[in-house]
Structures are given as structure tokens and as C-alpha cells.
Design a protein around this ligand. Structure first.
Ligand code: GLU
Length: 312
């Protein structure tokens, strides 16, 4: 039997910070402990948001921290053909269609109130019923997946397994964008399938996306991977760690002279191993790591953590 396959999939829309580094180090340790192959995939399709140098910086930081991977990294933007093929298949099967409506128009056509831009649900009555709509070509328009009205159960290896209902949560979601590029949901499914990924480990903010991705796997006649969604690192205000919480980029800490052992020491404590504010090598991290020690609740990055990292 082949070894399971997992992947690190950084998006170079921002630099690697303490939050993504924690997810990655756990993914890396799971792979190395369990004899999984670990691929590296740079998710650089989000054109305007991709930051110059972020790819090189991410690769450099991963290796500085001591996280290796197997094989050459792939960059999504270098070959769009596999995504186009998937789109042809979906349109041929009449499972996807073009949509040129703006967010404003969709909002106006929605009857149910929604919580925010991200929760904008595409109402099914806007779905076209004419056959010409089902053809994939280079048009500057979005394509949406026909989302069936079914409950999707996400069996999760770490987070609480849950039911989702993409039909009422998002409706027909965009899988190809008007910039003539695949949307995240499509790209990730096509890549995980073609790279033979059997185990996806990532932040639990993506668990609802797993349900959408399950629908895409079904539509493309592919089998889906095992899901492992990990709790996030939050800022002191309880929101997902991000720029608003100050500069938590690993590269900035490195520039300030913070050692790898200090960073790993903090990530280790956040992974349920080691003591608070104690340095650790990546090798010791790997020997001590066990998924069963991981707290299922989110971690909070505190002022004290920052002060300890920079040696105050
Ligand atoms: N590239 C995505 C991110 O950085 C992760 C996608 C995934 O793991 O499915 O958020």
C-alpha cells in the first residue's frame, strides 16, 4: 500500500506568521511521525493579493524552522490546464454555469438577511435553466457550481465532526473567477486530487470549505481526503491572529535576532508539549509531539508571549 500523502499549502498573500507556522509544524510533525509523504504547494492564484517575495520568504522560513518536505514544491499559477479540464468536465456534466451578476445584484435578489459580505448566499432562483449557459470558454465572467440541496457530513480526524448544508449556507458558489482563474475551492480540490493527497491538515476556519470541497469531489467523480482541522491561534481580542495584532511574522522575529528554538518553543507549548516559554529544538519537538496532547480549543497569543520571544 502507498504511504498517505499530506501537503503544506501556504498562500503567498501574506508572510508566514506564528499562526500559520503552528498549523504547519503540526502538519509536518504528523507527517514525519506517521510516515506520510509531505508535499509543498504554493497557492499563488490570488493574483493581486500575492505579495512580491512572499513565496521565497515562505520557503526560506520553512527551511529555517527546520520543516522539510518531499519533492519539488509546485506553484499553482504555472499551469492552469488541470483546472480548465475540471471546468470543462463540470460544464459538460451541466454542473456549472456562467454568472455575471455583481455582489450588489445578488444581494438585491436575496430575500434572507445575511451576516456579512462573506456570508453572501447565492439564491437558487438565480440559477439559469438554459442550455447555452453550460459551456466553458474564456469569458470574463464567474462560473458557479450547482450546489445540491443536501447535508454534507464532515468526518474530522481532529475537530468535532459536523454537518454542513452548503445549499443554504452559500448556495451555488464561484469556482472560476472573472479574472479567468480558478477560485480557491476548485483549485484546492483539483490539486489535492492530482497530487494524490489523502490527508488534509489545516486551520478549522476551513472546515465549512471542506463541505463545499466534498461537493466538488462528488461532481468530479473523485474520492475526498481525510480531513484534520486544527484550532486557530487568536489574538488577545479573540480574533484570528492577523496583521491587526502587530507584526507576528516569523521573518520579523528572525530579523530581530530571535532564535529558531524560541519560536519552536512557543509553537511547542501551543501544541500541548513542553513548558511555557522554554526553548526547544525542532528535533525535540518531533519526538515529543502527539496529536492527542493538542488542546481542541483555540490558543491565544499574548503580550507575554511576544515579550518572551524578543527576550524582554
Ligand atoms: N492556502 C490556504 C491558506 O493558506 C490553505 C488551503 C488549504 O489548506 O486547503 O489558507
Amino acid at each position: 500500500m502507498n504511504n498517505p500523502v499530506s501537503r503544506l499549502a501556504p498562500s503567498p498573500t501574506g508572510a508566514l506568521h506564528l499562526g500559520n507556522a503552528r498549523t504547519f509544524v503540526i502538519n509536518w510533525a504528523m507527517a514525519r511521525k506517521r510516515d506520510w509523504k509531505l508535499l509543498l504547494r504554493i497557492e499563488d492564484l490570488d493574483g493581486p493579493r500575492v505579495k512580491p517575495h512572499a513565496i521565497e520568504e515562505t520557503l526560506d522560513i520553512l527551511s529555517w524552522l527546520g520543516m522539510d518536505h518531499d519533492g519539488e514544491p509546485i506553484r499553482q499559477s504555472t499551469d492552469l490546464e488541470p483546472y480548465r479540464k475540471a471546468m470543462e468536465e463540470l460544464t459538460e456534466k451541466q454542473l456549472a454555469y456562467t454568472c455575471s451578476l455583481s455582489r450588489k445584484e445578488i444581494k438585491q435578489a436575496s430575500t434572507a438577511p445575511h451576516k456579512g459580505e462573506h456570508d453572501l448566499r447565492y439564491p437558487s432562483h438565480l440559477r439559469p435553466d438554459h442550455a447555452e449557459a453550460f459551456q466553458f470558454g474564456a469569458q470574463d465572467t464567474n462560473y458557479r457550481l450547482i450546489v445540491s440541496d443536501e447535508v454534507v457530513y464532515i468526518h474530522d480526524g481532529f475537530a468535532i465532526s459536523r454537518e454542513f448544508h452548503p445549499f443554504s449556507e452559500v448556495g451555488d458558489f464561484v469556482i472560476w473567477t472573472r479574472r479567468n482563474l480558478p477560485a480557491y475551492q476548485l483549485a484546492v480540490v483539483v490539486d489535492d486530487a492530482r497530487q494524490g493527497v489523502t490527508d488534509v491538515v489545516r486551520g478549522d476556519d476551513l472546515q465549512p470549505s471542506a463541505a463545499r470541497q466534498e461537493l466538488l469531489y462528488q461532481a468530479l467523480g473523485l474520492s475526498s481526503p481525510h480531513w484534520w482541522h486544527l484550532p486557530l491561534v487568536l489574538g488577545p481580542d479573540g480574533r484570528r491572529l492577523a496583521k491587526r495584532h502587530g507584526d507576528t511574522r516569523i521573518s520579523s522575529y528572525r530579523d530581530q535576532g530571535v532564535s529558531v528554538e524560541r519560536i519552536i518553543g512557543l509553537l511547542a507549548f501551543w501544541s500541548g508539549i513542553g513548558e511555557i516559554h522554554k526553548e526547544m529544538s525542532i528535533t525535540d519537538f518531533l519526538s515529543a509531539f502527539s496529536l492527542s496532547s493538542l488542546d481542541p480549543n483555540p490558543i491565544t497569543f499574548t503580550e507575554e508571549d511576544h515579550a518572551w520571544l524578543i527576550g524582554r
